[in-house]
Write a protein that binds this ligand. Structure first.
Ligand SMILES: C[S@@+](CC[C@H](N)C(=O)[O-])C[C@H]1O[C@@H](n2cnc3c(N)ncnc32)[C@H](O)[C@@H]1O
Length: 193
């Protein structure tokens, strides 16, 4: 399983955001939706071996972990508005989708949970080791910051577990673009990853 964690410090934790204003009222819900799309969709199909966990830390009830699973998603289309609409329904506990879960969990609890399942963490950072020099292991969990980056405190916490800090180069990309590049690397990696 390929997993992504997106730390989204401003993303709202109530369904009271407007689908017409995802960046503002949603606390960068546009960024979140783009990351979900890039983590799970390919042309005409879903990546059934992938999932993404969004740690939403915005008001009014932070933190909340919103997870999307490629193997279980039903009726969601890859556009930002539709993904955001499903997040809205999930936060309102209205319509259930087997591929979406909402949990009252913080970043560190999520990391502990994934570490206990034997996963390996890769922290995405411009100043990490060049990805070309890293042999990615099976069951990778990639950790990305939002438009501001991953808080130092959370980065230090991940360092307690098996991890590596990796870079896609000195250019600072959007988190959603990083996800696409990571999938490309994994899609073209030798068998076993
Ligand atoms: C828009 S960037 C955040 C930039 C933010 N100004 C900072 O200093 O962290 C969002 C996230 O994408 C990831 N990222 C962006 N460019 C990267 C690169 N070249 N290599 C590795 N990760 C990158 C990092 O995880 C970063 O926190």
């Amino acid at each position: 399983m390929k997993q992504f964690i997106l730390y989204a410090r401003k993303t709202v934790t109530s369904p009271d955001f407007s689908l017409d204003d995802l960046p503002g009222s949603g606390g960068r819900m546009d960024l979140v939706a783009r990351c979900i799309c890039n983590a799970l969709w390919i042309s005409h199909d879903l990546r059934r071996d992938s999932c993404i966990h969004v740690v939403a830390c915005g008001s009014p009830n932070p933190p909340v972990v919103i997870s999307f699973y490629g193997d279980k998603l039903r009726d969601v289309s890859p556009d930002e508005r539709n993904i955001a609409a499903w997040i809205k329904k999930a936060l309102a506990m209205k319509r259930k989708n087997p591929g979406i879960s909402i949990r009252k969990l913080n970043f560190q609890q999520l990391v502990e949970e994934l570490a206990s399942e034997g996963n390996i963490f890769y922290i995405l950072h411009e100043k990490g080791t060049d990805i070309a020099r890293v042999k990615l292991k099976v069951d990778p969990v990639f950790i990305l910051g939002d438009h501001i980056g991953l808080p130092k405190k959370e980065e230090k916490f991940v360092e307690r577990f098996e991890h590596e800090k990796i870079s896609l180069g000195s250019t600072s990309y959007l988190a959603s673009q990083c996800i696409t590049v990571l999938h490309y690397e994994l899609d073209n990696a030798p068998v076993g990853i």
